[in-house]
Design a protein around this ligand. Structure first.
Ligand code: GUN
Length: 282
């Protein structure tokens, strides 16, 4: 039986509708949620992402500021701008779009954003809060993946989850979120010799390596939940994930499409984090 589709677009719309209601209530009480988005350089994909983030803010009734800088912007100038936004009471979240030009140290930039406004959840403070099971901002993409898994109604209690990928932005926080939900978690990565050995035992697979066809039908346990974080292009330039969707959807119980799966959830969780940051100030 083919897998059921986990519709990230529909789930995003539901969550964003709730965010808009909460944002309107907060605005009526005198605090309009505000997000600052900073883009340095002309990376075309980043330009699309930041445009979508600003558009999503407007649709949810948030205030937003978009700062676009030339790729030659000195690091000190960027840090000074972040410090000014840290002190700006109309701004509750600060997002510096990655990647940054090579002359700018991304970790220094991330650590300059105040802990209270780190809505990307990338700072050592946010990552440490997650690792310690303390409250704090969760990285948006893995948090969105958790919402997609929850939407299936399948409990993670006692399940084996395999994460493919170990990045600070997706793989590592994903593993910690799954662990917090009581799954037994295995982290695989590009250096794992026999990936299928692990994924065939998994009730949940989250693929986040950035290489298409990383997960094929023969590597999936029948009925498994498959979450595809990948954003790649196939031979004809069509957007595709890390999962062989056609093959795996014949074996899995649930699967996210690309596009329309994880993608819309990342921005949705950014809105949720910004809203919660604003709610905390009142
Ligand atoms: N570049 C790609 N994804 C992201 C993201 O979620 N946040 C930031 N800041 N940059 C990104």
């Amino acid at each position: 039986m083919p897998a059921q589709l986990i519709n990230g677009t529909a789930l995003s719309q539901q969550i964003r509708a709730d965010v808009a209601i909460r944002a309107a209530a907060l605005t009526a009480r005198g605090t309009r949620p505000g997000l600052a988005v900073i883009l340095v350089g002309e990376d075309p994909a980043s330009a699309v992402y930041v445009r979508n983030k600003v558009k999503a803010c407007a649709e949810a009734g948030f205030h937003s500021v978009l700062d676009k800088y030339d790729a030659s912007l000195p690091e000190a100038a960027l840090l000074a701008r972040i410090r000014a936004l840290n002190a700006d009471p109309t701004i509750h979240g600060i997002l510096v779009q990655m990647p940054l030009p090579r002359h700018i140290n991304p970790q220094r930039v991330i650590e300059t954003v105040s802990d209270a406004k780190d809505v990307d959840g990338f700072s050592v403070h946010s990552a440490g809060s997650l690792a310690s099971g303390l409250p704090g901002f969760r990285a948006c993409t893995p948090d969105g993946c958790m919402k997609l898994i929850e939407s299936t109604g399948v409990s993670l209690q006692g399940k084996h989850a395999v994460v493919i990928g170990r990045s600070n932005t997706v793989g590592k926080p994903m593993a910690l979120l799954l662990l917090q939900a009581n799954a037994t978690v295995t982290v695989c990565h590009s250096g794992t010799p026999d990936l299928g050995l692990f994924t065939r035992q998994a009730d949940v697979v989250v693929a986040a390596v950035g290489r298409r066809n990383t997960l094929t039908a023969d590597m999936v346990k029948p009925g498994a939940i498959v979450i595809d974080v990948g954003m790649n292009r196939d031979d004809v330039g069509k957007l595709c994930g890390d999962v062989d969707f056609a093959g795996v959807s014949e074996v899995a119980g649930w699967i996210t499409p690309v596009p329309g799966g994880v993608g819309p959830m990342t921005i949705t969780m950014l809105l949720v984090n910004t809203l919660e940051s604003a709610e905390r100030t009142t």
